[in-house]
Ligand binder design. Sequence first.
Ligand code: NAD
Length: 297
Amino acid sequence: MAATVIDGKAFAADVRSRVAEHVAGLKSEHGIVPGLAVVLVGEDPASQVYVRNKGKQTVEVGMHSVEHRLDATTSQEDLLALIADLNADPAIHGILCQLPVPDHIDGDTILNAIDPAKDVDGFHISNVGLLGTGQKAMVPCTPLGCLMMLRDHHGALSGLDAVVIGRSNIVGKPMAQLLLGDSCTVTIAHSRTKDLAATVRRADIVVAAVGRPQMVPGDWIKPGATVIDVGINRIDKPEGGTRLVGDVDYDSCAAVAGAITPVPGGVGPMTIACLLANTLTACCRANNLPEPEGLTA
Ligand code: NAD
C-alpha cells in the first residue's frame, strides 16, 4: 500500500494559523505583541532568503518583526553589543542569529550570549541542558516540527523504535532527546555507524538528517515505518537545471513506508512555523501567561 504523504506545508499553515489566533488573543486581552528579532551577519544568499521569509511570516501572524542585517566585517564585539541590547529590549521576546556566522566570529559565543528565555532557536547551552534533563526548554525548531508531525500521525509514540541518522547539535541530537522524551527507544546513527542499513531496518520511525542526497534506499526501511526526511540537497537534473531532494530516496522509501515526508514540502515549512510557535511560547512565559497548547514539546 502506498505510504501516507505527510503534508508539511499544510501542517505548517495550520500551526501558523493557531499561532496567529493566540497572538490576536494576547493583543486584545492583554495588549501584548510578541516580538522576534532576527540578526544576519554577511551576505550568504541562502541566509538572506531564510531571513526574509522569517520576517514576512512573523508579520503575517501578527507579531512584531525586527531585522538586523549587519555587514560581513562586523566585529564579534559589536554583534555581542547588539545581542545585549536585544536581551534588554522588553518588546523583543525571541532572538535568532542566523547561522553560519563569518569565520572571525565564534558561533557558540554568540549563541550563548542570547538570553536563554529569548533563545527561540533553542541552541543556548542552558536550553540544551534543560531539554536533555527533561525540563521545560526552548526546543530547536526543526526537531520540534518533526515531533509535531510524528505526534499527529501516530498519536502516542511511546515504545516505538526510533532511529535518528545524524548527530548534529541543531537537528540530530535534539531530535533524539525529544523522541526519548516521548518514550521512544532511540538510536542515534552517524557517519561511523557500522551497519547503518541493519540499524535503520529496526526502526518504526526513521529521521534522516545527514545532508547526503537520497542516501537512504527503500530496502533499508521496515514495511510500514514512518520516514521523516530533514535533508535539503540540491542535485542536477538529467535534462539540465537543479532540483531539491532529501536524504532519503523518496520513491523507493514511499513504496515501503507507512508514512513519509516529501522534499520539498515536508519538514522544511515546519521550521519557520515552529520558530513562530517558539516566539509565542517565549512571550507567554515572559508574561506569566498560559502557553499555547500543542505548540510546544
Ligand atoms: P550536519 O552536517 O551538521 O550533520 C550531519 C550529520 O550526518 C553528522 O552528524 C554526521 O555524523 C552524519 N553523517 C554524515 N555522513 C553520514 C553517513 N554516511 N551515514 C550516516 N550519517 C552520516 O547537518 P545538519 O545541520 O544536521 O543538517 C542535515 C540536513 O538537514 C542537511 O541537508 C540540511 O540542509 C538539512 N536541514 C534542514 C532543515 C529544515 O528546515 N528542513 C533544518 C536544518 C537542516
